[in-house]
Design a protein around this ligand. Structure first.
Ligand code: F6P
Length: 342
């Protein structure tokens, strides 16, 4: 059996640990051979791949990024897109199965290809932790760790200058990183896309903390918009050349907080730092287990499924489960955290 592996979508600490887990389990348990497609669906569509012998995955569990490269290319777009060409690429190169590691978009593509008869299994990936079918995604723990380290540093400079510090973290649809990093770093306000908090409330939390002699700390997810200010904050999302971009909410909030509270305020965007560097031990273990389980899925011809963490167990669920609702931060988690705000 010859198995292809690809990583697609935004990169994520732990991708290399998945690749290593899949390859080592395949070689040791089933005597499989592996190849790695370059840059996600692009490499699959163009038949651009290289051999992945055991030596290729030596020591990579601790490496950030992905040794395969990644892209946001869609499986179905362009002349080479779609099941017919991808099936031909696999057949022409004697590749019997594909392990697709990616987020919602990647897994949606994989599911469509499976529906058309291709032998694919999935591994869910996103630092945002917003996939409903799995309790945690690898990369999320690392992103939190990086965010907390950065926010702890922002705190000491905020304390010295008696300033309010706004830390913007990733999370375009959901606020899991903001929730966890904010709670871990003792934020005075956590702002997430799921809860449309009014500016008055944010300023009240900031002022309360300031009055107690603290340097107020606000942790905001990039997808947050204050209640009633949707229009004022809508310029966000376009760069100088008119291209769509995310982020910028921290820079938009800081002057409003400063103006309304009279407290000097600075914003920092943590950005892609959250996706870089070595994965935490938790993410390495989770990613390795998912990679190993994906190879077991291949061995059982479990096409159209993906591996998922349920509690402490790694299970198999239909790929379409990845495409269900986004896993949002539940209101009771937010309300619990909010008791400590201000
Ligand atoms: O991987 C998801 C994510 O981290 C989002 O939180 C963020 O908005 C997005 O990626 C940015 O990714 P890129 O700049 O690579 O398109």
């Amino acid at each position: 059996m010859r198995v292809g592996i690809m990583t697609s979508g935004g990169d994520c600490p732990g991708l290399n640990a998945v690749i290593r887990g899949a390859v080592l389990n395949g070689i040791k348990s089933y005597d499989y051979e592996f190849v790695g497609f370059r840059d996600g669906w692009r490499g699959v569509k163009e038949g651009d791949f290289f051999d992945l012998p055991r030596t290729a995955v030596r020591g990579i569990a601790k490496q950030g990024g992905t040794i395969l490269g990644t892209s946001r290319t869609n499986a179905f777009e362009g002349e080479l897109g779609g099941a017919e060409n991808i099936s031909r690429v696999l057949k022409d190169n004697n590749i019997d199965a594909l392990i697709a590691i990616g987020g919602e978009g990647t897994l949606a593509g994989a599911q469509r290809l499976c529906a058309e008869g291709l032998p694919i299994v999935g591994v869910p990936k996103t630092i945002d932790n917003d996939l409903d079918a799995t309790d945690y995604t690898f990369g999320f723990d690392t992103a939190n760790q990086i965010a907390v380290e950065a926010i702890d540093r922002l705190r000491t400079t905020g304390d010295s200058h008696h300033r309010c510090m706004v830390a913007e973290v990733m999370g375009r649809h959901v606020g899991w990183i903001a929730m966890h990093a904010g709670m871990a770093s003792g934020a005075h306000a956590i702002l997430i896309p799921e809860v449309s908090t009014p500016m008055e409330q944010i300023c009240e939390w900031v002022s309360e903390a300031h009055e107690r002699g603290r340097a107020p700390l606000v942790v905001v997810a990039e997808g947050f918009v204050p209640e009633g200010m949707e229009e004022a904050f809508s310029v966000r999302g376009v760069d100088t050349f008119g291209r769509a971009r995310l982020g910028g909410i921290g820079e938009m909030l800081a002057p409003v907080i400063e103006e309304r509270t009279g407290i000097e305020t600075r914003a920092t965007v943590l950005g892609h730092i959250q996706r870089g560097g070595v994965p935490t031990a938790f993410d390495r273990v989770l990613a390795t287990r998912l990679g190993m389980a994906a190879t077991n899925s291949v061995n059982e011809n479990a096409w159209g499924t993906m591996v998922a963490l349920h509690g402490t167990k790694v299970l198999r669920v239909p790929l379409r489960a990845a495409l269900n609702n986004l896993k949002r931060v539940p209101m009771d988690r937010y309300e619990e955290a909010a008791i400590l705000f201000g």
